[in-house]
Design a protein around this ligand. Structure first.
Ligand SMILES: Nc1ncnc2c1ncn2[C@@H]1O[C@H](COP(=O)(O)OP(=O)(O)OP(=O)(O)O)[C@@H](O)[C@H]1O
Length: 308
């Protein structure tokens, strides 16, 4: 009799689907049955994971992978992808995003169609064919030894500070809270001192923007690290130096096209490992509240297998 290996169990396990009901403000919630049917059409059983909050979503993904899921699909935006990546990063379990969030930057950088059902068709085809493509992930370690994966961008400057303020505010609700947080933090804008070690080489910079990209985009299509490539085994670091308020406001729209990096106060770097330190900064990775600085980040080549 042949022994049953973990890989045999995985091949037979269900395709686990993490669906975030609040992604995209629920706009695509009605699509879920068609997403599940489209995935089931590839011939594997499909298991819907239930979760009510980000921690629950992450726990459900870990449990599904531990139970032998043959693949994990995240139906949501970048935050949902971020939760799923914690379970599949560094494993052989294939992964795919179905982009139904307001920001689907990882899915876009990874080449999935923007239309959710078109993405499902690509994923089902890959499942049917047993096809995966490895892409890099960023692995970061905090001062207390906590490890996290991210797929797109780690923000550690003005953008992270605005997010942190918006998260602390109780009023107003919805996107206006974010607009108000921008106004408050623009009024308080000042360059901060960052220590960057790029593959061991130290740089001290005074900056208002610091982003470490595995992918190019964040915030729903802003090419903050425009030259980042998910398959080069490297992280792209973009620093916006001593921008004053007017300069930051003028430069910000250029981030969509990625042309902000040509501003004389901007600088770009590339490294396998980035150590980043500054006083009092909480980072945001894939748009999710993440570790406090200091952090050490490494590009991990082919850390996730994408179904496409
Ligand atoms: N099952 C779940 N239930 C509730 N919240 C979840 C679940 N899964 C993930 N989340 C959280 O919901 C938030 C929004 O998700 P996501 O970023 O995927 O969508 P979005 O529409 O792009 O979001 P945003 O409102 O940030 O633009 C994230 O913080 C994510 O961690």
């Amino acid at each position: 009799m042949l022994a049953v290996t973990a890989d045999d169990r995985r091949a037979a396990g269900p395709v686990a689907v993490l669906a975030n009901p609040v992604a995209g403000r629920g706009r695509h919630r009605a699509l879920l049955p068609r997403v599940l049917d489209g995935l089931a059409a590839a011939g594997h059983p499909v298991e819907l994971l239930t979760a009510h909050d980000p921690a629950g979503a992450e726990a459900a993904c870990h449990a599904a992978v531990a139970a032998g899921a043959s693949a994990l699909v995240a139906v949501g935006g970048d935050g949902t992808v971020h939760r799923a990546l914690q379970a599949v990063g560094g494993t052989a379990v294939p992964f795919a995003p179905v982009p139904v969030g307001t920001g689907n930057d990882f899915a876009a950088d990874a080449g999935f169609p923007a239309d959710p059902l078109a993405a499902v068709a690509v994923i089902a085809d890959a499942l049917r064919a047993g096809r995966t493509r490895g892409v890099d992930l960023a692995r970061m370690t905090g001062g207390d030894g906590t490890d996290r994966w991210y797929g797109a961008v780690l923000a550690a400057g003005f953008d992270a500070i605005v997010n942190e303020r918006a998260n602390r505010m109780r009023w107003p609700r919805g996107p206006r809270r974010y607009d108000l947080a921008i106004l408050v933090e623009l009024a308080r804008l000042r360059p901060r001192r960052y220590t960057l070690r790029l593959d061991g080489v130290a740089h001290e910079v005074d900056a208002v923007l610091v982003a470490v990209g595995n992918g190019a985009r964040y915030g729903g299509g802003m090419r903050i690290c425009p030259a980042a490539d998910l398959t080069d085994g490297l992280l792209d670091v973009v620093v916006g130096g001593r921008f004053d308020r007017r300069t930051l406001i003028r430069v910000k729209p250029r981030i969509y096209a990625g042309t902000h990096v040509t501003h004389p106060l901007a600088s770009s770097f590339r490294a396998r490992t980035v150590e980043l330190a500054a006083e009092g900064i909480t980072t945001y990775a894939d748009g999710e509240r993440s570790l406090d600085l200091p952090v050490r980040i490494s590009a991990v080549p082919r850390a996730v297998r994408l179904l496409r």
